[in-house]
Design a protein around this ligand. Structure first.
Ligand SMILES: Cc1ncc(COP(=O)(O)O)c(C=O)c1O
Length: 420
């Protein structure tokens, strides 16, 4: 028994928590400099942008890829492409970043929240099934923090009910299900390339699909200037080059950065994957600490986060906050995990009306009238979300640091009775 750091014992994590992985290398600096020198500052799908889109599509195994200005705009484009319109329902997990759900409102659709599986924190296919109504058009699946959702079960439900499946892969670049990259298992794959993501543009996004109709609708929504050139069929030809007016194309310099980043993704995933696997094995040996479940057909990727579920009942009922305080005293950078706020209980999705008495053109009006989410309406999500603990993601940590994290957890668990 060694004394806990929180009780004036010695700290376990002594190695400086500096990651050796360089997020931005000379290669990114070089490509941006070259593009600046060439004046490649706006592009309607030519030059580096065309190269990136081709490489991203090839990497993912998709027929089409379009780069965009954010992950949020790729989700709007996906819902629009899927034909979501006034009153249509899109089922989304309540446990995700709000940008998975907010773009549904911009198609005048209604986000309908579903439960997550309490072990993988991804869409629960059985609950998904229960939320389907005649108005359900699509489902958004999030591969949260790189943990892949149960795609076989989700696709089965979707196929039975003719739903369009949109994969939000913003945390999971390069992850796989049954040997296929996520984003290609459903009908449309959306990726954020924002600066905290595994492939960064700074700000940006990429959207992929194999479906020509979806691709053309994504083009006409946000890619004026390349519509006439890039349309495959004649269906939308009458629009000329105008499109619908959202300007969603990406900044070429951002795409240049993302192009280099994509070439480093396999290495990043390999390194992060080894750490995640080691932690999964070690943490699962400890009582009260549950690493998130990885389905047998899944290969995690992106690894935007490393999450654990804390079961106080297995550790003498010690509240999570006190457990985390003890970990932090040991030097572990543990923080509140994932998304504490359940979207279904947020004002934006639960009665907020942008336009007062004049009504609301967005789905929020329908939410207000049709969907009122009381506390307790998604019990699994509401129960598991507060139990999540998040650890930092390391790619090239200094020798011994990853092991010290495990030692710190073990020490706190073994001395749990000493925490006041
Ligand atoms: C799951 C998820 N979806 C969508 C987005 C939106 O991406 P962006 O910030 O690039 O618009 C994010 C951003 O963090 C996200 O975490």
């Amino acid at each position: 028994m060694s004394k806990l750091a929180i009780n004036r014992g010695e700290k376990t994590v002594t190695i400086p928590q500096r990651d050796g992985w360089e997020q931005v290398t000379e290669d990114e600096i070089q490509i941006v400099t070259d593009m600046l020198r060439r004046g490649e500052l706006s592009s309607a799908g030519r030059g580096v942008m065309a190269e990136f889109e081709q490489e991203f599509a090839e990497f993912m195994g998709a027929k089409y890829c379009l780069s965009q200005n954010s992950g949020t705009s790729t989700l709007h484009a996906a819902y629009f492409a899927a034909g979501v319109g006034p009153g249509d329902e899109v089922i989304v997990p309540s446990y995700t970043w709000h940008a998975t759900a907010t773009p549904v409102l911009h198609t005048n659709g209604i986000p309908v929240f579903c439960e997550i599986d309490p072990h993988s924190l991804t869409v629960d296919p059985d609950d998904l099934k229960k939320r389907i109504t005649p108005r359900t058009k699509a489902v958004a699946v999030v591969h949260l923090f790189g943990y892949v959702a149960n795609m076989d079960a989700i696709m089965k439900v979707a196929d039975e009910h003719s739903l369009i499946v949109i994969e939000d892969c913003s945390h999971a670049h390069g992850a796989e299900w049954d040997g296929k990259k996520v984003g290609t298992i459903g009908h449309i794959g959306c990726f954020s390339l924002q600066a905290s993501k595994p492939v960064i543009a700074g700000e940006g996004g990429a959207i992929i699909t194999d479906d020509t109709e979806f691709y053309e609708r994504i083009l006409i929504l946000g890619h004026y200037g390349r519509i006439a050139r890039d349309l495959v069929t004649e269906k939308y030809r009458h629009l000329g080059n105008m499109g619908i007016g959202w300007k969603y194309r990406a900044h070429p310099l951002a795409v240049g950065i993302a192009r280099v980043q994509l070439s480093r993704l396999n290495e990043l995933n390999e390194k992060r994957g080894q750490i995640a696997q080691y932690w999964d094995e070690e943490f699962s040996k400890l009582p009260g600490i549950e690493p998130l479940y990885t389905y047998p057909k899944a290969k995690r990727g992106g690894y935007l986060g490393y999450l654990l579920i804390y079961h106080a009942e297995e550790l003498g009922g010690l509240p999570k906050e006190k457990f985390m305080a003890a970990l932090q005293a040991e030097g572990v950078s543990a923080s509140e995990g994932g998304y504490g706020g359940n979207l279904h209980l947020q004002s934006l999705f639960n009665g907020f009306n942008f336009y007062g008495d004049r009504g609301c053109p967005f789905g929020c009006l329908y939410v207000d009238k049709v969907r009122k989410y009381e506390k307790g309406s998604l019990p699994v999500t509401e129960t598991v979300a507060p139990k999540v603990i998040s650890l930092p993601v390391f790619t090239e940590p200094p020798d011994g640091l990853i092991e010290q994290y495990v030692d710190a957890f073990r020490k706190v668990v073994e001395n749990i009775g000493e925490i006041q």
